[in-house]
Design a protein around this ligand. Structure first.
Ligand code: GRF
Length: 208
């Protein structure tokens, strides 16, 4: 029941997974300078760099990345701030066990700069989403969301800070459900088997 985490930078969501006691067997980055690698190595976790810049195409990069991941035969692959678009072949290889954390209430604000875009749109509720990854960018069955109230004087940075607190709460929980095979997808909708979910005040589409 192992977990491989992919990062590109700071790695605070990866850290939240580790601190939650989840069985992270390796952390892989597409950038050698990702700060999160230092933290992971300090925790005695295996780290690897598969640099996208070393490969001539997305397909070749994804194949090398998959080869590295598969060394660990993980039950779940978690994208924790992994800033690369993945090929359909890669996504299909890890179907139902590839999970992403995105800093918006999907399907609103897919892509980048979500906090600035949420402020520009004048929304009063923003947040984050954990979802299974499908070939369509930032789409895929939603496992959990958390909402944050937008304040009149928010900047993208202040809003990001409050959303990040929620990311660190819902990501480990959703990954744990996947590791424990509690997540079932039917007609693109997620159903979670967990009697305690309401006590954790998380927003999940359906609890069985
Ligand atoms: C997070 O906001 C995550 O939702 C997004 O990228 C950011 C990564 O932050 N996908 P960190 O590297 O986990 O600190």
């Amino acid at each position: 029941m192992s977990l491989v985490v992919l990062i590109s930078g700071r790695g605070s969501n990866m850290r939240a997974l580790v601190e939650a006691g989840l069985p992270v067997s390796a952390v892989i980055s597409n950038r050698a300078d990702a700060a999160g690698l230092t933290y992971a190595a300090g925790q005695g976790i295996a780290t690897h760099v598969v640099a996208h810049s070393d490969f001539a195409s997305r397909e070749l990069f994804d194949a090398a990345l998959a080869a590295q991941i598969d060394q660990y035969a993980p039950r779940v692959v978690a994208l924790a701030g992994f800033m690369r678009i993945l090929t359909p072949a890669f996504v299909a290889r890890y179907a139902h066990r590839l999970v992403n954390i995105h800093p918006s209430l999907l399907p609103a604000f897919t892509g980048l700069d979500t906090h600035a875009r949420a402020l520009a749109a004048g929304v009063c509720v923003h947040g984050c989403t954990v979802h299974l990854v499908t070939a369509a960018l930032d789409h895929g069955p939603i496992i959990a969301q958390a909402a944050v109230a937008v304040r009149r004087d928010d900047t993208p940075e202040r809003l990001a800070e409050r959303v990040l607190v929620q990311e660190h709460r819902i990501f480990p929980q959703a990954v744990r459900w996947l590791l424990e095979s509690r997540v079932r997808v039917q007609d693109e909708q997620v159903h979670v088997r967990d009697a305690n979910v309401s006590a954790q005040a998380l927003c999940v589409p359906d609890v069985e």
